[in-house]
Structure formats: structure tokens, C-alpha cells
Design a protein around this ligand. Structure first.
Ligand code: ADP
Ligand code: ZN
Ligand code: ZN
Length: 768
């Protein structure tokens, strides 16, 4: 052993129930405890001046300290008898706090389920303790004494015993009270005499019941769609076996499963979960809320029975809490749910699976603004679990990591049940315009729609309303006015008397709104103003007999809005479903043979460096909706930019082609994932003060940037520049290396903390 072994310190958080306390304390790890202390371990530490000892959790181990080493106290001991899961989740929260920038309390709230007083539903029941013969004698005694209530209860229990095969007699307290008029003192008195026993049963709210009661799907219908009667195909087997072969290799912990829509990814997930279960470990399966359908969940129940539970936002807080409790008590070992299911308190986690890993809903919109993918990776690392990311259109971020060897890449290129991929046609709307067609539908789509209705099939028309921030485009040549500095489109702002302005949300650049197209001088230039309602009325005029259903934010209000619409459509209650992007996600309708993307390129122009990626994903997913049943489907993509790589690649269902173009653009611009990006969001009530403070901050960042060669842009108005009278501005910092951004963030935080000028505004950080 070398004599220079480093001293180890532990960052410890104490008293997590205390709202105000957001501090982490450092302690020395005594040599004898080294092997026992990890992030998440519960420890006792000395606290304050006297001999007080309190419990805390280790959140991080480090060999550096900012304090004089002689002043650091030692950890006294490790708390025995803890399951450890709470500690691990607390350590995860501490990581989120550091990485995403929040207070410890905010991070803990995201990670630990709120304790619900109403959570415990207990059912009381009365059990007969005497054998039948003695009970009958007792009954006579009671009747003689004229103790009517007691006699009624005993009589009822005897009847139940007769009906029960094993002669057991149990009556619920509710029924005893309501049907037999028995009061609690009566039961207690009989309990004292040893005649009956009052028991409590813990009743969990059952997640599948919760789903059934809220869905008017009939049982029979559902049964038909479940049950597996096939073997895994070669691609699926290869994926499963690759992962299982490397199961014990610590360096291979994250897999990216890139499989076209319908390639059978879900079957692969279930196979892996099965393996994990047989090892006595647990599994978390994340799925976007919108794809969490009854059919999906049922596939899991069919295979794993009641060891499965689910979480979804339509459940009450108490119902969700129950599911967490079941996990903690070891009563289930598979949790299915959206983002928050990641924090299920399993004590022996074996695998985390994130389906549709490219989905934006995996990023939290509230502080801490964590991403489920990164956070899952962290949790998996801490617990020695595997992480599987699955998608037909992986995020550029994940694919990039797979290419660099950080993740292991697995590909499945064929649809599992040999369905053909749909035929895709790109409709050039500039041509339609030139040739006098001003309607929302191209002539080809009108024709296809007519044929589809005649066949008696169903069609989906989706209007891409993403990034509807009001960019300005030319309807004759397709040109979109963009920022000369950032390669994103400018947004139209109507600002009082100053008239209309185009603004870049990245760098703050502005210019007047042009009247003629700068590239072809056409006067047909402006912002797009098409809504789903207009689509419905136009299509209705063209096809008066068609039954049309609309699905968008307006028609899906209320808890079950979108499920109801989708179910109506699935049952053949309409011929055409018109909607926003929400209709394209993860739903299979066997009779849909035509999918039309009406304004495919709208999302190309949101002022976001991910615009092309979002567009490609949406279109590819939309195309994947066509022809999921027996029949082959067709897809029409209408666009003003038929030559854009994201549209061409989506039409060809060619992920690789898209990725190669996209990663080139990202690296040229230092955008993530090649570079890192840090956003500093400033909020304040006084706009000019906020502007001044942000400019001040920018000057400081510029100094840091000079040394590190980072790019600092802004301050600019956020795309929503004012919410509830609070103004919002943003500064972006980009750099090729994320570590540099970490340093910049740390220094900036310190700067803000010591500088009183920032007291009147709040600054939040956001990554990528
Ligand atoms: P994904 O999750 O990749 O979209 P699914 O797992 O939902 O794909 O599978 C798509 C369809 O193909 C489902 O109906 C499923 O039952 C079926 N399927 C999956 N694997 C096979 C297989 N090996 N043989 C036949 N059908 C399969
Ligand atoms: Zn033009
Ligand atoms: Zn710009």
C-alpha cells in the first residue's frame, strides 16, 4: 500500500425535513468505515457545538475540501437497518441540484413522493375466532341475555362460515355497521371476550382498475389484442442476447435501441425485464404520458401479472403515493410511467428502460429542469443497473453518444410482423400555389383522401403547429426570414406603435418586417395562420359525407379528453382524424391507410436549434402511423421546402441520412451535442432593471469567455417575454466542451451570490 493514501471526505445532507435548510456539510470518512460509505448511505454525524449527533445522508464522496482539514469532524457511524433506497434517491437529488441548478428542497420534492395523509386506505374486518359448535352455544347465551346486536353479528358470521368452503367467517366492518346495525363498542366487547377479532387490511388502489374505470373499453375487446403467440425474430434475439451477454460488464451500462416503428422493441423490453425479475431485481419502464394507453399496460399485465404497477398524471396524488409504497414494500417489481416514475423507490433496481427516448416530455419544465435520460443514467450508475434507450428516431444527442462509444448501439431495421413500410409522397406546395391551388390540401392529397374514404379506410391529417411563434415565410418560393447570426428563424413581434419587428430569440437581433420577399420579391409573404378548425371546415366542404373528428388543445381539455377522442376514432367512430402533432404519437389504428402532414415544415422554423430534429422526428413518427394493420399505407408530406434534408430523410425513413447532415450543422455552430449550451434565464418585475442586470452579467461572462473561447449571446427576450407581469430574458453560452461550461456556471453562480445587484432578479440555469 502506498503511504500517500488520500483523505476521503463525504458531503452530507442533514435533516431533510427542514424546509429552510439547504446546506451540505463536509465530514471526514474514518478509515474503518471506508468500505461501508457510499452516496446514499445513512450516517450519524456530530452537529453543532455540544455533543449533539444527528442523522444525515452521504450525497457525494470527494478527496478535496474547501475548509481547513483540522476543522472537519468525523462521521461517527453508519445507520444500520435501512433499506438504502431513500438514501440513494437523496443522493440522486443532490446530483440534480448541482447539475441542473436548484435548491436541495426543490430537488428532493421532485425525487421523493409527497407523503399523503389520505394515502392509507384501510379496511376493517371482523373475524370469528370460535369454532362453529362453540359459536352456536355462545349465540344462545347472547340471545338469552337479550344482547341483540351481539347476537345479530354472531349469527351473520355463522351464516358466512357455512357459505365458505373452509368455514372461514370474515365480515367487513362496513357491512356489519350498515346491514346488521352493529356499533364499534359491540365489536370491541366481543373482541374482549375472545369471540371475534377486529383486523385491519391495507387496501391499495389498484392501478389497472384505475385505468379501466376511466376508460370505457370493453374487456373482451382488450383480450383479443393481447397474448403473445410468436417467437422473437432474429433482430430481436440479437438485441436481447447482446445485452444479456454483457450484463456483468460494468463499462457497458447504457444501450441505445434504434428500431423502426413496429420493429418489436416492446417485446425486447419485456424480455429484458423478465430476466431482471428472475434475478430478484426490479425494473422501471418510462414511456411518454401520451403513449401510456390501456393496451400498452395490458401487454405488461398479461406477461407479468400483478407485479406491475403504473403511474400517470390522471391518478390522484394519493393513488400515486400508493404505487410508490407498493414498490418500497416489495409488492411489485415493475413500474411503468412517465418521467416521475424514474424515482420509484425500488431497493434493488436492475434496469431502467426509456421508450421513445427522443420525446420532449422527458425534460422537466419546472425546477429542477432535469432530463429523465441523464438522470436515469445517473441513477443506473449509482445502483449498478442497466439503462436502455429506445426509439425509432433517436435524439441526436443519444445517437451521437452511441457513435462515440459512450452508449452501445443496437439496431432493428425491419417491422416485426412483416408489414411493409408505407409509401411516402412529398407534396411541393410552391407548385400548388403557382398552379392556382390555394386550398390547404394539395391536389394529390385530395385525390388520395377521396380514394381512402371510398375504400372505407380511415385517414389522419395532422397540422404541425410546433413552434408557432410566428415566423415569416414566402408562399411563392418558400424562403423563411432567418437570423444572419444564429441560423434559426426570426419571430414576428407586434410591438405597440413601433410597428412589426422580426426578432431573434437567441441573440436579440432585430429587423423590420419586409413587405416583399427578399429572394423572389413576391408579395405573398407573411406569417402562417392555419388552425385545425379551418382544416376541418375545408375538408368537410370537399367531402360532405365524411365523419371528421378534431383533436387539439381545445378539444382535449379535461382529464380524459384525448383518450376519449382516440378511442372513438379507434372504434371507427369517424373517418378522418384532424389534429395537431398530438395525434401522431404512438397510437396504432389498424384501419388508417392514409396520413397527411399538412404543413410539414412549420416546425422547421421554430427558433430552436433542434427545429430540424423535431421536424424529422414528427414526420417519421407520423409516417409510421400509416398501414399498421394488414393493409399497406401511404403518406403525403406537404411542404414549402421539399429539398430540406429533414423532410427528404423523413420521407425516405432514413435516420442515418438525417443524422449525418444534422450533426454537421451542430458541430459547425457549436450546438449540442457536439458543443454544450448553457442558458441563463433571468426574471424580474422591472424590465429595464432586468435588461441592465443581464447586460452586466453578460460583461462578466464575456471576460470568462475570452479566457475559454466560449460564445456568449444575448441578452435577448425569451420567446414568451413576459408572464404574469414578470419579464424574462436569456443569455446563452456555448462551448465545444461541457466541462468548460460547468466551470463557467460555477463561477457565475459565485459571482451572482456575492453581487447584491442581482438580488432583485432571479437567475435560473438550463442545459442544452
Ligand atoms: P415497437 O415497440 O418497436 O413499435 P412492438 O413491440 O409494439 O413494436 O411490435 C409491433 C407489433 O409487432 C406488435 O403488434 C407486436 O405484437 C408484433 N410483434 C412483435 N414482435 C414480433 C415477432 N417476433 N413476431 C411477430 N410479431 C411480432
Ligand atoms: Zn419568395
Ligand atoms: Zn440570432
Amino acid at each position: 500500500m502506498s503511504g500517500t493514501e488520500q483523505v476521503l471526505y463525504a458531503n452530507v445532507i442533514v435533516d431533510i425535513s427542514h424546509e429552510k435548510l439547504d446546506k451540505i456539510f463536509q465530514y471526514r470518512v474514518p478509515d474503518v468505515l471506508r468500505m461501508q460509505i457510499h452516496p446514499g448511505t445513512a450516517v450519524t454525524v456530530p452537529f453543532g457545538n455540544g455533543n449533539r449527533r444527528i442523522q444525515g445522508y452521504v450525497v457525494k464522496l470527494t478527496d478535496r475540501t474547501d475548509y481547513p482539514p483540522e476543522k472537519i469532524k468525523e462521521i461517527q457511524g453508519v445507520c444500520a437497518g435501512q433499506t438504502g433506497v431513500e438514501g440513494k434517491l437523496i443522493a440522486l437529488a443532490a446530483w440534480m441540484r448541482d447539475y441542473y441548478g436548484s435548491t436541495m428542497i426543490q430537488a428532493l420534492k421532485a425525487v421523493l413522493p409527497v407523503k399523503q395523509k389520505v394515502a392509507q386506505k384501510e379496511q376493517k374486518q371482523i373475524r370469528l375466532l370460535l369454532p362453529e359448535k362453540e359459536a352456536r352455544e355462545m349465540l344462545q347465551v347472547l340471545e338469552k341475555k337479550n344482547q341483540k346486536a351481539r347476537a345479530r353479528l354472531l349469527d351473520a358470521l355463522l351464516v358466512i362460515a357455512k357459505q365458505n368452503e373452509k368455514g372461514m367467517a370474515v365480515l367487513s366492518w362496513e357491512r356489519a355497521k350498515e346491514q346488521y346495525g352493529v356499533t364499534m363498542p359491540v365489536v370491541r366487547a366481543m373482541e374482549e371476550k375472545g369471540i371475534v377479532k377486529l383486523e385491519s387490511m391495507r387496501i391499495y388502489r389498484e392501478p389497472l382498475d384505475l385505468m379501466i374505470s376511466r376508460s370505457d373499453q370493453k374487456q373482451e375487446e382488450v383480450k383479443m389484442q393481447t397474448g403473445r403467440d410468436f417467437f422473437l425474430n432474429e433482430e430481436q434475439q440479437l438485441a436481447v442476447q447482446t445485452i444479456l451477454k454483457e450484463w456483468d460488464q460494468k463499462d457497458k451500462s447504457v444501450y441505445l435501441l434504434h428500431g423502426v416503428t413496429g420493429s418489436g422493441k416492446t417485446e425486447v423490453y419485456m424480455e429484458l425485464i423478465d430476466f431482471v425479475r428472475k434475478q430478484g431485481k426490479q425494473a422501471i419502464f418510462l414511456i411518454p404520458e401520451i403513449a401510456l394507453t390501456y393496451q400498452m399496460v395490458l401487454r405488461f399485465y398479461q406477461r407479468f401479472g400483478s407485479r406491475v404497477s403504473i403511474l400517470h398524471s390522471r391518478m390522484s396524488a394519493g393513488e400515486r403515493y400508493d404505487q410508490y409504497e407498493k414498490a418500497k414494500n416489495g409488492e411489485i417489481d415493475i413500474m411503468i410511467g412517465p418521467r416521475s416514475a424514474l424515482f420509484t423507490p425500488f431497493s434493488n433496481l436492475g434496469i431502467i428502460i426509456i421508450d421513445e427516448e427522443h420525446e420532449e416530455s422527458y425534460k422537466s419544465e419546472t425546477v429542477p429542469r432535469y432530463h429523465a435520460r441523464e438522470t436515469a443514467q445517473r441513477r443506473a450508475e449509482m445502483e449498478g443497473a442497466k439503462l436502455i434507450l429506445g426509439s425509432a428516431t433517436p435524439s441526436v444527442e443519444s445517437y451521437y453518444r452511441a457513435e462515440k462509444g459512450e452508449y452501445c448501439l443496437l439496431e432493428m431495421k425491419r417491422r416485426a410482423n412483416r408489414q411493409k413500410l408505407p409509401y411516402v409522397w412529398i407534396g411541393d406546395m410552391r407548385n400548388e400555389m403557382r398552379e392556382g391551388n390555394r386550398s390547404i390540401l394539395s391536389r394529390y392529397l385530395q385525390e388520395q383522401l377521396g380514394m381512402c374514404l371510398e375504400r372505407g379506410d380511415q385517414a389522419m391529417l395532422f397540422l404541425n403547429r410546433r413552434g408557432y411563434a410566428g415566423f415569416v415565410a414566402c408562399r411563392s418560393c418558400g424562403t423563411v426570414i432567418g437570423c444572419p447570426h444564429c441560423n434559426v428563424s426570426l419571430s414576428l413581434h407586434k410591438k405597440g406603435t413601433a410597428g412589426e419587428k422580426l426578432v431573434c430569440h437567441y441573440c436579440g437581433y432585430t429587423q423590420p418586417n419586409p413587405r416583399l420577399c427578399p429572394s423572389c420579391t413576391s408579395p405573398f409573404i407573411g406569417s402562417f395562420q392555419v388552425g385545425t378548425q379551418q382544416v376541418v371546415s375545408q375538408v368537410q366542404r370537399m367531402f360532405p359525407k365524411a365523419r371528421i373528428l378534431r383533436m387539439d388543445a381545445d378539444t382535449t381539455r379535461g382529464k380524459d379528453g384525448h383518450h376519449k377522442i382516440l378511442e372513438t376514432f379507434a372504434k371507427g367512430g369517424a373517418d378522418i382524424l384532424v389534429g395537431t402533432q398530438m395525434i401522431v404519437k404512438g397510437h396504432d389504428f389498424a384501419d388508417v391507410t392514409l396520413v397527411g402532414a399538412l404543413a410539414a415544415d412549420l416546425s422547421l422554423h421554430m427558433s430552436d436549434y433542434r427545429a430540424a430534429e423535431r421536424t424529422f422526428q414528427l414526420l417519421t413518427q407520423a409516417a409510421g402511423r400509416a398501414g399498421r394493420g394488414e393493409k399497406t399505407g401511404s403518406v403525403v408530406i406537404q411542404t414549402y421546402e421539399p429539398d430540406h434534408y429533414s423532410i427528404k430523410a423523413a420521407a425516405a425513413q432514413d435516420y442515418q441520412a438525417f443524422y449525418e447532415e444534422e450533426i454537421l450543422y451542430r458541430s459547425l455552430m457549436d450546438y449540442p451535442p457536439v458543443g454544450g449550451m448553457l442558458a441563463l434565464h433571468g426574471q424580474g418585475e422591472d424590465e429595464s432593471y432586468l435588461q441592465m442586470a443581464m447586460e452586466y452579467l453578460k460583461k462578466y461572462l464575456d471576460v470568462l469567455a475570452k479566457k475559454t473561447q466560449a460564445r456568449v449571446i444575448g441578452p435577448a427576450d425569451e420567446s414568451v417575454s413576459k408572464v404574469a407581469d414578470i419579464y424574462r430574458k436569456v443569455i446563452y453560452v456555448r462551448h465545444g466542451r461541457k466541462e468548460v461550461l460547468d466551470q463557467i456556471k460555477e463561477r457565475t453562480e459565485q459571482y451572482i451570490e456575492i453581487n447584491r445587484g442581482f438580488d432583485k432578479i432571479t437567475i435560473q440555469y438550463d442545459r442544452d
